[in-house]
Design a binder for this molecule. Structure first.
Ligand code: NAP
Length: 513
């Protein structure tokens, strides 16, 4: 029997909350030989990259944190982004993850070695790292998407994407154009409107904007949360609110009247906030609430009452040297903000690097041929020893933290079983994957996404095949399944070659850069 050495038993790609949560779960379960790789120079993923003015979470903070690491000192019900970034850094510090993270390293390709049952990861700086198991924790909203509008390279002013905010750009007194009215724009627009001389908001599809039950958390409330059961109660109330407003509302549309109620609330919010009926009409969505991700804000809509804010709904035809031209007029701007979102259910993001499984099959191409799918949102047949935190049909709309915890439960069951029976290759069977995919498609009937009006929403939930690879089930059911799926849905095999783990080799070389 020949012998080879892998650098780590596990490599996690991504040091956002998915990667951090997975790493903590691995440590708690006694899997200590792992490395986390991230292209950024700090932890936190979304909360590391997104630093635009006004950034805050749009799920109550009581739910937007790990269940095992609840903190009481959020300043508001909806914590600002910098507090999330600090929370990520604290988790990294508290759970001793820093020496296991290699920052500033981009994985560009990964290949499964069929003979040795291991993954070979290639980085942009030319290194090769090997591991037995690889965990994809690269997140969903990772790759900024720029609009394909002619002339972008001709613009002589400053351009920036919301996820790459340049804090050296002083917006005071500037004419600013912002393309997009999604969740990021909704937070930025009210924040910058006061300091710019003119703000032109280019809207293609209006967003459902609901009131946000936000408030500062006074120290008295935080003290109450410190009493026995206080944390648990706030968490339960918050989880119930989140579950009702997204997963249940979207996936049980025909059964629960939450969306209709939400639409009435949204329309009344719009009426209260916007004075001009013509502007109000332009801001009124013509698709069902839930077709695309709604937003929550108490000051976005009323920003359109300001004299220096223009809502432009004519289509943009080109970007010029000095501004943007629509079908009707030219707007001169000094700064152009691209609030145009991210690659989501599309090539370049699914996955974020070239991933070749058994027999060299490329994951992106496999998904192109077979449609986006992954067993329980975690595993894909033909891609052994690779598990994703939020794969297709893994995200149901609940707080990412809840989903990260339940997906790591699934992965840990596999790793424990592989360790118990000394397997070196773990792969979901085609039968189990097909069964899960069929089940997901069968459950579509009760989802909001199949309303006719959703065709008007331009929603990134839909992929190029017209599928919505979100998980049509409640969080309670998804949690139960993570702990109870049949291990017989996977094949566990042993390599004919003895592969030793050389713990820490790769980590020692670069992790503390
Ligand atoms: P987004 O929701 O995808 O919005 C992108 C916006 O850009 C849309 O209004 C889109 O119009 C517009 N757009 C794109 N290309 C365009 C073009 N060529 N011409 C005109 N308009 C164009 O992106 P996002 O606002 O960055 O939000 C993405 C997701 O991030 C959210 O859904 C949410 O899940 C998350 N997020 C969360 C928070 C939070 O928790 N606080 C904050 C920000 C973002 P169409 O609608 O017509 O496509």
């Amino acid at each position: 029997m020949s012998s080879t050495v892998v650098d780590h038993e596990l490599i996690i790609v991504g040091a956002g909350f998915s990667g951090i949560g997975t790493a903590i779960a691995l440590r708690k379960a006694g899997f200590d030989d792992f490395l986390i790789i991230d292209e950024a120079d700090g932890a936190g993923g979304t909360w590391h990259w997104n630093t635009y003015p006004g950034i805050a979470v749009d799920i109550p903070s009581f739910s937007y944190q790990f269940s095992f690491e609840k903190q009481r000192n959020w300043s508001r019900v909806y914590a600002p982004g910098r507090e999330l970034k600090a929370y990520a850094d604290r988790c990294v510090q508290k759970y001793g993850l820093r020496p296991r993270i290699r920052f500033g390293t981009t994985v560009v390709r990964a290949d499964f070695d069929d003979a040795l049952h291991l993954w070979r990861l290639h980085t942009a700086d030319g290194d090769e790292l090997t591991c037995r198991f690889m965990i994809g924790a690269t997140g969903v909203l990772t790759r900024p998407k720029l609009p394909e509008i002619p002339g972008a390279d001709r613009f002589t002013g400053t351009t920036m994407h919301t996820a790459r905010w340049d804090h050296d750009v002083d917006l005071r007194g500037k004419r600013v154009g912002i393309i997009g009215t999604g969740a990021s724009a909704i937070q930025i627009i009210p924040e910058i409107a006061e300091r710019v001389s003119e703000l032109v908001v280019f809207q293609r599809t209006p967003i459902w904007c609901l009131p946000r039950p936000d408030a500062p958390l006074p120290s008295a409330v935080r003290m109450l949360m410190g009493l026995p059961g206080g944390q648990l109660l706030t968490r339960l109330a918050s989880q119930a609110f989140v579950e009702l407003t997204f997963p249940l509302a979207a996936h049980y549309y025909g059964v629960l009247p939450v969306s209709k109620l939400g639409e009435r609330t949204g329309l009344s919010h719009l009426k209260q906030q916007v004075h001009d009926p013509a502007v109000r009409a332009k801001l009124t969505p013509d698709y069902a609430l839930g077709c695309k991700r709604p937003s929550f804000s108490n000051d976005y809509l009323r920003t359109f009452n300001r004299e220096n804010v223009v809502l432009e709904t004519d289509p943009i035809t080109e970007i010029t040297a000095t501004g943007l031209r629509t079908t009707e007029q030219h707007h001169q701007v000094d700064v152009l903000i691209m609030a145009t979102g991210f690659k989501v259910m599309e090539s370049g993001n699914m996955p974020t690097f070239d991933l070749h499984g058994s027999n060299g099959v490329k994951l992106e191409e496999w998904w192109d041929t077979h449609r986006l799918q992954a067993y329980e949102g975690v595993s894909v047949p033909g891609f052994p020893n690779f598990f994703t935190i939020i794969g297709p049909y893994g995200y149901n709309g609940a707080s990412y933290f809840t989903l990260i915890e339940l997906q790591t439960t699934h992965i840990l069951r596999l790793l424990r079983e592989a360790r118990r029976n000394r397997s070196t290759r773990v792969e979901v069977t085609h039968e189990a994957n097909d069964r899960y995919f069929r089940e997901m498609l069968d459950r579509r009937g009760s989802q909001v996404f199949w309303q006719e009006s959703c065709s008007l929403a331009n929603s990134y939930y839909f992929d190029k095949n017209g599928d919505v690879p979100l998980r049509p089930m409640s969080t309670v059911e998804a949690s139960w399944r993570a702990g109870h799926f049949d291990l017989g849905d996977y094949r566990f095999d042993k390599a004919g070659t003895n592969v030793a783990v050389n713990a820490g080799r790769a980590q020692a070389s670069k992790a503390d850069r």
